[in-house]
Write a protein that binds this ligand. Sequence first.
Ligand SMILES: Nc1nc2c(ncn2[C@@H]2O[C@H](COP(=O)(O)OP(=O)(O)OP(=O)(O)O)[C@@H](O)[C@H]2O)c(=O)[nH]1
Ligand SMILES: [Mg+2]
Length: 329
Amino acid sequence: MPTNLPADYFNAEERFRSATTPEDKIKYLEEMMSTIPKHKGTDHLRSDLRKKLSKLKAAATSKKTTKKQVSPYHINKEGAGQIVIIGCTNAGKSSLVQTQTNAEPEISQVPFTTWSPMPGMMYIDNVQVQLIDTPPFCEEYIDPEFLNLIRRVDLVLIMLDLHTDPVQQLKFIYQELQENRIAPQHLEGLIEVEDFLLYVPSLVLVNKYDNEEYEEHYQIFKELLDLDCPMLPVSTKTGYNIDTFKQTVFDMLGVIRVYSKAPGKEVDKTAPFVIEKGTVMGDFAGKVHKDFQENLKSARIWGTSADFPGQMVSRTHVLEDEDVVELQI
Ligand SMILES: Nc1nc2c(ncn2[C@@H]2O[C@H](COP(=O)(O)OP(=O)(O)OP(=O)(O)O)[C@@H](O)[C@H]2O)c(=O)[nH]1
Ligand SMILES: [Mg+2]
């Protein structure tokens, strides 16, 4: 190390050492280099630092490129279920997300308003689920990551516009899905399958049923469609059937809420454990805390699955929605 380096060099070096981001490291390294006097004695050092700088820059750029490549359809699941809404343009997908979640997608009567997916959290009573708005599905080109999202989620909502040929819209969506080897679960056994098909749980929402005056429209649609499938008429504008829609979603997710309370304490119903239907007490105890799973001595229960309030139950007891559980080790 040459001895004639200025104090500024060492100050910059100090900042370089404590920098935590690649951007800051690059900045302070460049600062260090600018303070080094140019002469024979510093040749070696300058060349080393140049190499270091180019390595850091390469690493920073490759990180940036990988970041850019992350698809907007890679959305981490949050809450008790991940639900995607698909449908043709103007069906009202964004309106559902805007009225039922904390997200604020753009809504417009002009077609093709939504360009990228947007998740929001929807409350179903005291449980939150994730609802994802998406661009129009009735298109020539569908992003492969959009299709992957449909394959991954817990529930697919197929939204139709009751005012503009809903039969045609639904057929188009089925066809589009099937071309990509996806089909709604309700078509299992009803369609001829040549290739492998991935069946996804789905609910058809017939939107813009603003009030009972649309009943006739809806009946005609059902007759023309002639298909028995999970389907609900709704209106994001007037709120018609939205409560039923939420309850249906909850039921289709196949989950229940169970509350854990400490002995002698009141139950806090704002924070349920959301678990799979059919879960037994022993497994539930493990979800509350691993100590409970290993050392559970007794479990008492209040609610629909109890024969009487406070019943002692075994590890194999099957829990039901809204049960209250008291665990002891
Ligand atoms: N009458 C009526 N109009 C609705 C209802 N829901 C949505 N709309 C209207 O339908 C139009 C389209 O709504 P959006 O929510 O933007 O539709 P979208 O499915 O997100 O459309 P894209 O983003 O283009 O795919 C808007 O003018 C909404 O106000 C409804 O329940 N009843
Ligand atoms: Mg939209």
